[in-house]
Design a protein around this ligand. Structure first.
Ligand code: BGC
Length: 877
C-alpha cells in the first residue's frame, strides 16, 4: 500500500477565498512499508471538476519534496475553484494512485475588483454604542449552482441569510493593523439562497477597531464608524460568476438589541428590543432608514490567511458555589477564554447578569481586582416569553468562575455552558510522562495557548490588555509550534508586525500597534521580528515566510546596528529587561540582569539568525555582512561582560542563561559559566529567579551544557518559585507571576496578575525537544529530517509524545526502569531521523529491525533511520 493523502493548499484543506498567486501544495505519503522516501511526484491542477481543462501539469518531477510545492501554472482567476490531484512514486518504484480530487478556491483578487460600497449606520460625532442591524432584500428567479459571499467590516460583523447565521467564524474580520491590512472573509452560501425574496442581515459591533483598548476612554483607535462591505456572487458549472447582492445605499438599518458590546467590558442585550422577524421577507420596514455610504480605502483589503476563530469546545459547570459574601458562582473547573451561553425563563424585563473572573480569593470570594478596568460583564434583559437562549456576540472573557445575578432561584447549572473560543488551529501535540504534575503543566501551557491565540498572540485574555505583545509571542513561539500548526496564524500576524514597523526598523511592543508613539524597540520584544519567522521556517520548512519577512527582519537588525556610538553594541533606548525576574529590586518589575547585557545578547542572537536566513534565501552578500557583524557583536559582548578567566560580569541566572544559549562565550569559558549558573541555582536552594527573558532558555542552557540533573531539579521543583508551584495551587493555565497566588493564600499585586499568561509556558519547548527529544534541525527544517534524542533525568521514569508534522506523525516513547532503557520511535514516510541514545555505553542491545552495522557497534550511540516503527532496548552500563 502506497498512497498520497491529505493534499493541502497553503496549509489548509479545501480553502476558500485564497489570494495567493502561486499557492503551495503539500501532501503526505501513507505506506505500510518502512524506509519510504518519495522519488518522484506529479501534480495536476484543473479548472473543472471533470479534469478536462488543465492549468498546470507538473509532469513527473524527480524530487522528494512533498511539502510546499509551488504552483507554477497559468495565472489563477479570481473567484474560481481549482481541482488538484497528486500522485507519487517511492524509491522502490511503487506508484500511488492519483489522489481523490481536492480543491482550492481563489478569492476576490485585486482590491480593484470590489464594486460594493462601504455602508454604515454610524455618525462619527455620536459614537452610539448600540449595534446596528443592517438589512437588504433581493429577489432571485433562479438559485445559482453555487454561491459565495465576500465580506468585511470596520469593527466586527455577523451575517445572516434567510434567518441562518452565515458560517461559524467569530470576531470577523479578525484583528489586523487595520489601516494597512483589512481581511475579508469568503463564505459558501450555496445552501442558503431561495427563489423569490431573500433577506440578508448584518449586525455590527465595535470590536478592536472602534471599541475601547488599553485604558478606559481610549477608544476608536482606527475609526469611529462601524461599516460593512459585502459582495454576493452566484456561479454556474462553467465557472461564470455574477453578483446577486452588493452592499450599497439601498440597504436599510435599525438599532438592534445589543445596547453595548466591548472586548473588555462584556455585552448588554435587551431582548425586549429584538425585532423578531427582521430576517424574514415579510418584515414591515417602515421605521427602518437607509444606511449611509462611506468612503474608505479598499486598497488595504486582503484575503484572510489565518484560520477562523470559533467555538472549539463547550464545558458545563462542575459546581454552583455560594461564597462567604453571598454570591452565587459557577465553577467551570478550567480557566479559559470564551463566553457563557445560557438559557433563562423569567418575567419580561428581568435583568440577568454574568460576571467573569479567574480565581476566588483566600476566603473563597469572587475576585475581580486583577481584571483592572475590564468589566467582563454580560447583562441580558429578558423578553419574558418562555425559555430564552443567549450567546454574546462581540466580546470575550477570560474566566473559570462566573458570578450570576438576577436568575430565578434555584440556579440550574445545566442552563449554563462555557464556550471555549480561539483561533481554531490544528492541535499537533500529545504528551504524557510519569509525573502527573508535569502532565498538568503541559496541559496548562496548551490551555494558555488556546486562551491567548485569539486572532493575535495576546499576553492575557482577561484584564484590560489582551494585546499582541511581541516579547510574549517571541518567547512562546517555539512551544506554540509544537502544540499547534501555527503557520497560518503567524503568517498573518508577522505581516501586521512588518506593517506597523517604523521606517527606522524599530518594532512596536504590541502588534497591532495600539500603544503610544514611544512604545517601540525593546530588546527581546522587538526581536520577535526576527525570531518568529525563523522559528516558523524551522518548524514548517516554510521559506516563503522567511522571504516575506526578510525585509522586516533585516530592518530590525539594522535599527540596532545604527543606535548608539558603536555598531557592535546595542545599549541605548528603552528595554523591558528580564521582565518579572525575581531578582528585581523591591517594587520593580524589572529583574536584576543588566538591561544592556540583554540588549546586546539579543542583538547578537538576532543578527546570527538574520545571517542564517540570508543564507537560506541565497542572499550571499547579506549572509557575509551579517555573519561578520555577528562576529563583531560577540567579540564586543565578550570584552564587555566576560573576564579573561570566563567569569560573567553580571552575576544573575538570566545573564548566564543568555550567554550560554546564544553561544556568546568562548568555548573554553562555557564550562565555568554553566558551573556558575548551577551555583546560582543552588544558592536559591534549587529555585529559579529568572523572568520573561531568562526563563524560556533556562533548562535548555543547562541540559545543553551538561547540567541535565539541575534542569530536572528545576522542572520538578514544587515549592515557590517553580513551574510546578502553581500546580500545587490548582492552576489550570500558566500564570503571569511565579507567585500569582502566594503560599499564604494572598495574591500578587492586582495591577499585573494574570492567571492566563503563556510566557512561562515556553518550558514546553524543552519538554518536547529535550525530555521527549523530538528535535528539528536547521539543516533539514520542517522535520524532513529530524533528531530523536530523549534525555532522561532524575524523577521521570517514562515519557510519550506524538507530534503531527507536515509529513505525518512523529512518535517517541521512552522508559527507564532500573538500568533498562526502552525506546520506541515512529518516523513518518518521506522523512528520516537520527536516533541518538541518551547513554554513551550500553549492553544487551535489542531492536525490532535489522539495521546494517548496528550490531557491530558501527553507529555507537547514534543511528540514522528511515520511516517506520522502531523499538530499541538496552542495559545502561
Ligand atoms: C504584559 C506582558 C508584556 C509586558 C511588557 C505586560 O503588561 O502583560 O506580558 O510583555 O507588559 O513588559
Amino acid at each position: 500500500m502506497f498512497k498520497v493523502v491529505d493534499v493541502r493548499t497553503e496549509y489548509q484543506v479545501h480553502p476558500l477565498g485564497i489570494d495567493v498567486s502561486h499557492p503551495r501544495l503539500s501532501w503526505r505519503l501513507d505506506s505500510d512499508q518502512s524506509n519510504v522516501l518519495q522519488r518522484q511526484y506529479e501534480v495536476e491542477v484543473y479548472e473543472d471538476r471533470s479534469f478536462t481543462k488543465p492549468v498546470w501539469m507538473s509532469g513527473p518531477v524527480v524530487s522528494d519534496q512533498s511539502v510546499h510545492v509551488v504552483y507554477q501554472g497559468e495565472a489563477l482567476r479570481p473567484r474560481h475553484r481549482y481541482f488538484v490531484r497528486v500522485r507519487a512514486w517511492d524509491q522502490r518504484g511503487d506508484a500511488s494512485d492519483w489522489t481523490i480530487p481536492t480543491y482550492f478556491e481563489t478569492g476576490m483578487g485585486e482590491p480593484e475588483s470590489w464594486h460594493a460600497q462601504w455602508i454604515t449606520a454610524d455618525r462619527p460625532e455620536t459614537m452610539d454604542p448600540v449595534s446596528p442591524l443592517l438589512r437588504k432584500t433581493f429577489v432571485l428567479t433562479e438559485i445559482p449552482e453555487t454561491a459565495r459571499i465576500y465580506a468585511t467590516g470596520l469593527g466586527l460583523y455577523e451575517l445572516y441569510l434567510n434567518g441562518e447565521r452565515i458560517g461559524d467564524q467569530l470576531f470577523t474580520p479578525g484583528w489586523t493593523s487595520y489601516h494597512h491590512r483589512l481581511q475579508y472573509q469568503t463564505y459558501d452560501v450555496s445552501g442558503l439562497l431561495r427563489t423569490g425574496k431573500n433577506v440578508l442581515g448584518a449586525v455590527l459591533g465595535n470590536g478592536w477597531y472602534r471599541g475601547e483598548l488599553v485604558s478606559p476612554g481610549h477608544r476608536a483607535l482606527w475609526g469611529k464608524q462601524r461599516a460593512l462591505l459585502l459582495e454576493g456572487y452566484g456561479g454556474d458549472a462553467g465557472g461564470t460568476w455574477a453578483p446577486f447582492v452588493l452592499s450599497d445605499g439601498t440597504w436599510l438599518t435599525h438599532p438592534g438589541p445589543i445596547l453595548q458590546s466591548e472586548i473588555y467590558d462584556g455585552e448588554t442585550y435587551d431582548a425586549r428590543t429584538e425585532i423578531a422577524d427582521w430576517l424574514t421577507p415579510t418584515m414591515d420596514s417602515t421605521d427602518w432608514v437607509a444606511v449611509e455610504t462611506l468612503e474608505y480605502d479598499k486598497g488595504t483589503l486582503v484575503a484572510q490567511e489565518n484560520l477562523p476563530t470559533r467555538v472549539t469546545q463547550t464545558i458545563g459547570p462542575i459546581a454552583v458555589v455560594k461564597t462567604p459574601e453571598g454570591d452565587t458562582v459557577l465553577d467551570f473547573r478550567q480557566n479559559l477564554t470564551g463566553w457563557v451561553q445560557f438559557a433563562v425563563n423569567a418575567p419580561r424585563g428581568t435583568e440577568v447578569r454574568l460576571e467573569h473572573a479567574e480565581v476566588l480569593d483566600h476566603a473563597g470570594n469572587f475576585y475581580t481586582e486583577n481584571l483592572r478596568a475590564a468589566r467582563q460583564r454580560v447583562t441580558y434583559i429578558t423578553r419574558g416569553e418562555g425559555t430564552e437562549h443567549f450567546v454574546p456576540h462581540f466580546t470575550y472573557q477570560g474566566f473559570r468562575y462566573v458570578r450570576v445575578a438576577g436568575f430565578p432561584d434555584p440556579i440550574d447549572p445545566g442552563a449554563f455552558m462555557a464556550q471555549v473560543i480561539h483561533t481554531d488551529l490544528e492541535a499537533t501535540v500529545s504528551f504524557a510522562c510519569s509525573n502527573p504534575m508535569v502532565n498538568q503543566l503541559q496541559k496548562n501551557l496548551v490551555w494558555s495557548q488556546r486562551g491567548n491565540f485569539l486572532e493575535v498572540p495576546t499576553d492575557c485574555p482577561q484584564r484590560n490588555e489582551r494585546l499582541g505583545w511581541t516579547g510574549d509571542a517571541q518567547v512562546f513561539i517555539g512551544t506554540a509550534g509544537y502544540n499547534m500548526n501555527v503557520a497560518p496564524f503567524f503568517t498573518k500576524w508577522l505581516k501586521d508586525l512588518a506593517a506597523d514597523q517604523l521606517p527606522s526598523g524599530s518594532v512596536p511592543h504590541v502588534v497591532p500597534h495600539v500603544l503610544d508613539d514611544t512604545s517601540y524597540g525593546s530588546a527581546a520584544w522587538a526581536d520577535a521580528a526576527v525570531i518568529c519567522p525563523w522559528t516558523l521556517y524551522l518548524h514548517y520548512g516554510d521559506r516563503r515566510i522567511l522571504a516575506t519577512q526578510y525585509p522586516s527582519m533585516r530592518a530590525w537588525v539594522e535599527y540596532m546596528r545604527t543606535q548608539g556610538p558603536r555598531s557592535d553594541m546595542f545599549s541605548t533606548g528603552f528595554h523591558f529587561g528580564d521582565w518579572l525576574g525575581l531578582d528585581a529590586a523591591p517594587g520593580s518589575y524589572v529583574g536584576a540582569t543588566a538591561i544592556d547585557l540583554i540588549a546586546n545578547a539579543y542583538y547578537a542572537y538576532s543578527t546570527g539568525i538574520l545571517a542564517k536566513a540570508a543564507g537560506v534565501l541565497g542572499l550571499d552578500e547579506d549572509e557575509a555582512t551579517y555573519t561578520a557583524l555577528h562576529r563583531e557583536i560577540v567579540a564586543a559582548f565578550r570584552s564587555e561582560y566576560i573576564t579573561s578567566t570566563g567569569r560573567l560580569a553580571v552575576p544573575t541566572q538570566t545573564a548566564h542563561v543568555l550567554t550560554l544559549w546564544f553561544d556568546l562565550a568562548a568555548p573554553d569559558h562555557q564550562e565555568r559559566i554553566v558551573h556558575d549558573l548551577v551555583g546560582l541555582i543552588e544558592a536559591q536552594k534549587g529555585h529559579l529567579t529568572t523572568g520573561f527573558v531568562g526563563t524560556p532558555y533556562l533548562l535548555h542552557a543547562l541540559s545543553a551544557f551538561g547540567a541535565t540533573t539541575t534542569a530536572y531539579q528545576l522542572l520538578l521543583q514544587t515549592t515557590y518559585p517553580s513551574w510546578l508551584y502553581p500546580i500545587t495551587q490548582g492552576a489550570t493555565t500558566i500564570w503571569e507571576h511565579w507567585d500569582g497566588l502566594k503560599p499564604d493564600g494572598s495574591f500578587w499585586n492586582p495591577d499585573m496578575n494574570s492567571f492566563n499568561h503563556y510566557a512561562y509556558g515556553a518550558v514546553g519547548d524543552w519538554l518536547y525537544q529535550v525530555v521527549a527529544g523530538i528535535r528539528v534541525t536547521e539543516d533539514s527544517p520542517g522535520f524532513k529530517a529530524f533528531v530523536v534524542q530523549p534525555t532522561p533525568g532524575p524523577g521521570l521514569d517514562w515519557v510519550t509524545m506524538r507530534y503531527q508534522s507536515l509529513y505525518g506523525s512523529i512518535g517517541v516513547t521512552w522508559r527507564l526502569e532500573e538500568q533498562h532503557f526502552h525506546l520506541e520511535v515512529d518516523v513518518p514516510a518521506n522523512t528520516e531521523a537520527t536516533v541518538i541514545f541518551p547513554h554513551p555505553t550500553f549492553s544487551e542491545f535489542t531492536t525490532n529491525v535489522e539495521i546494517d552495522g548496528l550490531r557491530d557497534g558501527i553507529f555507537g550511540s547514534q543511528i540514522p533511520v528511515g520511516s517506520g516503527h522502531y523499538e530499541f532496548s538496552y542495559t545502561v552500563r
